[in-house]
Structures are given as C-alpha cells and as structure tokens.
Design a protein around this ligand. Sequence first.
Ligand code: CP3
Length: 365
Amino acid sequence: MSTDTAGTAARDEDPRSGGPADSAFVRACRRQPGPHTPVWFMRQAGRSLPEYREIRANVAMLESCRRPDLVTEITLQPVRRHGVDAAILFSDIVVPVAAAGVDLDIVPGTGPVVAEPVASREDVERIHPITRDDVSYVDEAVRMLVKELGGTPLIGFAGAPFTLASYLVEGGPSRTHAKTKALMYGAPHLWHALAGRLAEVTLAFLRVQVDAGVSAVQLFDSWAGALSEADYRRFVLPHSQAVLAGLADAGVPRIHFGVGTGELLTAMAEAGADVVGVDWRTPLDVATRRIGPDKAVQGNLDPCVLLAPWPVVEAEVRRVLEQGRGAPGHVFNLGHGVLPETHPEVLTRVVALVHELSARPAHQG
Ligand code: CP3
C-alpha cells in the first residue's frame, strides 16, 4: 500500500477503531456526539513554549517550516504537553506563497514582509501555481506526523485569499488594510485576478496536506473582519468559496476562521465550511444563530483571559462551554491565537477543565 493510500485509509477507517476519524475533535466537527468537548488552541505550536524557543534558537522561521524533522517535533510539543484533542501543523500562511515564487520573509516580532508588494497584473502573473514538488517538505512532515500522532487528528491549514492578499499588497502587516482596499475598490479586475490566483495556490497547498493524511483543514481569513458584509460578499466570499468547494470531496472537515467577523458570520457560513470559527466578541449562542443549524462552531475564549488569575479563567471557560452547548457541534478554542506571554501551565489546566466539565460518560463510541 502506498503512503498516499495509507493517508486516505486513516481518514476512512472504521469509526469504532479509535483512529483520528473517530476522535472527539472530528466527531464534533461533523456534529456527532462524542466523549467530551474537544479542545485545541490556535497558535498552540510555538510562541509560549520554552521547548519551542529552544529548538528555534538558531533557525529562521521559514527555514524551520521547510525542515520536516523540525516541523514534526514542534507540532508534537503542545500535544505532549497539554493533551489537546488535535495537533495543528507547524507552518505559516505565507509558506505556499513563498513556494509560488513571492520573495518574502517572516521577521521576528513583525510577521511576514514582502520584498516587492503586488501592484500590477505582471506582479500577479509572477505568482505561479504550485504542485506537491514545490512544498514536498510539507508532504513529508504531514506523513511523519500522521504516523507519530496515532489516534490524535492533525489539522492542516492555509491562509484565505483576502488575508494573504493583504500581506502581498501592503508588503507587511497593516492595521487598516488601506492599500488592499484601495486596490479592491479602484481596480476590481486586478483584485479578482490576485484573489483568484491566491485561491488556486491555497487550494493546491491544502490538497497536498489532505493527500498526505491530515484529518481536517482550517482556512484562516484572520483579517476579513476589516470588511463590511457587502464588500466581503463581493470581493472575498467567491474566492474563499472556491477554495472550500475544491475540498468538498476531500473527506475531511473544513474549518473557516476570521477575527472581528461578528457581522460576517452569516456570509462566512455560506463559504462552505463545516465548522465556523468565532472570536471572543460574539457569544457562541449568538454566533450559532447567525451561522445556522448545519454547521459546528469553534471558539471562543479571549486569549487575554489566560493572563488573568485562575478563578477568572475557570469562570470564562464555563461560560464558553455553556454558550456553546446549543450549537450543533462545539470545538473549544480561543477566539484568536495564544499570546506569547501565556504561561503554558494555564493552557494545560484549560484542556483538563474543558474535558472534565464536558465529559459525557454515557458515550460508548
Ligand atoms: O497554530 C499553530 O501553532 C501553528 C503554527 C502557525 C504559525 N502561523 C506559526 C508562526 C499558524 C497556524 C500560523 C498562521 C498565521 N500566520 C496566521 C493566521 C492565524 C492568526 O494568527 O491569525 C497569520 C495571520 C500569520 C502571519 C504571521 N506569521 C504573523 C501575524 C506572525 C507573528 C509575528 C510575530 O512575531 O508576532 C507570523 C510569524 C509566526 N508564525 C510565528 C510562528 C510560531 C512567530 C515566528 C517566530 O517566532 O520567529
């Protein structure tokens, strides 16, 4: 059996076998009952972990993403330490864009910085479609991880067209996304050409991860909340839809997440994912009404709460679980990524607390 087939088999195996397809995480994504509410944390790999800082001490961020041995070790660290219900591949949203020929770097403390920001049709044409060979290190890392993780599911991910386009057009992180919006409003054909090309790159990147055996994928549209619903529907939704529709036959749950998207949740739910991520601004019961009955929700503890004394953390975890109870499926997470100053012990305690409070002893699998 080729490794490719093995990856697919891992997803399609008998749901009673205890493999990733039967995990609390995948079951919740599919709105099926499970033993407890699953929990993982966006940006759980890296950041707050001393063992991560040690391994990264002399290796640049992009280089670490291209070394399957490092990717594997860093991805496993939070699983070992916290007992989370899912691993997320250690990588970055700009990895496939770099593989598509864009000259960029990830600058510590700043984020992605692009050497020549995209401003013309020629710039868009230079972003070439990618194949497995352009990101063979990701393929290799996912295959190693699937073996190492056993029954723990691995989440693959990519950046959505709007969030990627913002880095490419601005040249780096932006508070207002002014250049990106100026291009959108002023040169809509160019905008759609850019977003369309990024959707192709993103879909190809996610396909590589699915073929290598990931159990779910998350599409990060972190900065979509900068847009009105009307602009989101006109300029962004069709492109994110193309990515998610391209994975409809992949056999793995698709999660779609953005920050500040309270007003966009109904539209984002139409993008076609199985699970919609919610930040801390919208209570999960309100979010569930906006998202609708045929999708699970993921979220939404404020990452800053983890910096407060434990009784506050505990009360907030209870509230999030309570407000998520009416959703057709709930994956516990933060409303955005783990902050670097978070004490890792707090994350471990949150995992134990979520499991304890949500345990359903009647579930026999
Ligand atoms: O969840 C995980 O732990 C997996 C790893 C992961 C990284 N980036 C590693 C990383 C994931 C899922 C991402 C996604 C990502 N990258 C997003 C979407 C998620 C989100 O937070 O909204 C975005 C917008 C980016 C772009 C990016 N890359 C940012 C904003 C930064 C942080 C800049 C900084 O230093 O604060 C990066 C760099 C980055 N990506 C780091 C890590 C561990 C830090 C690099 C370093 O420590 O040198």
